[in-house]
Design a protein around this ligand. Structure first.
Ligand SMILES: [Zn+2]
Length: 432
């Protein structure tokens, strides 16, 4: 029997949330805005318009590269990627070809081949028989992350993407909102049978982690079936149909030279000094991996850690709540207790603030202390007032316990839990 090994790489596009676009001063905040209101001669690709690179977008790309443990070469440049498509008014996209900003990194044992910066295209809107073009998105800074084909299962692909998503959110460089298309996922898949496969299939523009997982599983099964017949799957680009949960053929894959890349003549190359790169590295915020370690040291359960670090707003809330406890000198509330409330009680962090949560925990603790005092007094009272029932119980008529539980419930006006009271009563009657 043949063994099949899935070989998966990822390409991920992320729109940066800079104020202005990549090469002009138009607002990059395009989503949901009136079509073609965020445009100028540069992002409309009018003849003679000159691009001016966005410094923040470049800094953020390098930040992302550093967060992915990449090397930042001292020399970098932009290139023109030539192709025709109606959403690309210039007839070329300014991108980076052989000298990207960041190379040779890694994340979760997956090699990061490169991180480069380019510009987004316009958006086609299909209405009945006609197609409209909105250029508000044209020229929005777009980072592309390319991994090595180091992933071997759809689960690992999903876990890798989720960690990448967290890192981007922690760096605060993009909303990485997949529903708005500000993070787009493209797996490329082949299945090896002992030797390196000489084809790969790319699935374009997927907008959820679960869909990536499903698309990969679908492709692996499809390739195996073809390989089983002694054939080789066609090298191509496929789309993902989320309703039918299948991929479908779109076009045969272009080779890089089809784009006739050449250096962008209107933008001089970029040179980075060693100390600039070092400073950028020193200024990186704490990343999910760092936070995972910190919460582990606080003694939190692994599952809770994953839930808390998954969303930076939840993490911030947790850390602020912990800080409230530390500043108040309260030693009775543990980090795990805060985590329990946050994770299990589904606290709405948009509506509550960390201080309120701590007050609620303290109040709950005091209440349960008070009610346990009340219950314990009531038990003593019921025992001394019902000698006959006690004798019956001790004589083996254990059913009488429910009568005593009822008496305690009555005396406490419903405070305390019947099961709990029963346990306390039995303990008391057995051990005194
Ligand atoms: Zn513009």
């Amino acid at each position: 029997m043949k063994t099949y090994e899935p070989i998966i790489g990822m390409e991920i596009h992320v729109e940066l949330k800079t104020r202005s676009k990549m090469f002009c001063s138009c607002s990059a905040d395009w989503f949901g805005k009136k079509p073609n209101t965020h445009t100028c001669p540069v992002c409309l690709g009018l003849p003679g318009a000159l691009p001016v690179p966005n410094k923040i977008a470049i800094e953020w790309s390098i930040k992302l590269g550093l967060a992915l443990n990449c090397k930042i070469p001292s020399f970098s440049k932009f290139d023109r990627k030539n192709y025709f498509y109606p959403d690309l008014p210039k007839g070329y996209q300014i991108s980076q070809y052989d000298q990207p900003f960041a190379i040779n990194g890694n994340l979760k044992k997956v090699g990061i081949r490169r991180v480069h910066l380019e510009e987004d295209t316009g958006k086609l809107i299909h209405q009945g028989d006609s197609t409209l073009i909105d250029f508000n998105r044209s020229g929005v800074p777009l980072v592309e992350i390319v991994t090595e084909p180091d992933i071997h299962s759809s689960e690992d692909a999903k876990a890798f993407l989720q960690e990448l998503h967290r890192i981007i959110r922690y760096l605060d460089i993009s909303d990485a909102d997949m529903e708005k298309g500000s993070m787009r996922l493209e797996p490329n898949i082949s299945v090896g049978t002992g030797e390196v496969p000489d084809y790969k299939v790319e699935v374009k523009n997927i907008n959820s982690f679960n869909f990536v997982k499903k698309a990969i599983d679908y492709e692996i099964a499809r390739h195996k079936e073809i390989l089983e017949k002694g054939q080789v799957p066609v090298q191509e680009t496929r789309g993902w149909d989320e309703k039918k949960a299948i991929t479908y053929s779109q076009r045969l894959k272009e080779k890089a030279h089809d784009y006739r890349y050449f250096p962008e003549p209107d933008i001089p190359p970029l040179i980075f000094k060693e100390k600039e790169i070092k400073r950028a590295k020193d200024q990186l915020p704490k990343l999910p991996g760092d936070k995972r370690r910190e919460l582990k040291e606080l003694g939190l359960k692994d599952d809770d850690i994953e839930i808390i670090i998954d969303d930076i707003a939840t993490l911030n809330f947790f850390e602020q709540a912990l800080n409230v406890v530390r500043l108040s000198g309260n030693r009775e509330i543990s980090a795990q207790e805060i985590a329990n409330w946050l994770v299990n009680k589904k606290i709405n962090i948009d509506k509550q603030n960390p201080k309120d949560l701590i007050m609620a925990i303290i109040a709950k603790k005091q209440n349960s202390q008070i009610s346990s005092d009340i219950v314990s007094k009531a038990i003593d009272k019921v025992i001394s007032a019902n000698q006959k029932a006690i004798d019956d119980y001790n004589g083996g008529k254990t059913g009488v316990i429910m009568f005593l539980v009822g008496q305690v419930m009555g005396a406490t006006k419903g405070k305390g839990d019947a099961q709990e009271i029963r346990k306390l009563l039995e303990k008391k009657l057995t051990y005194g």
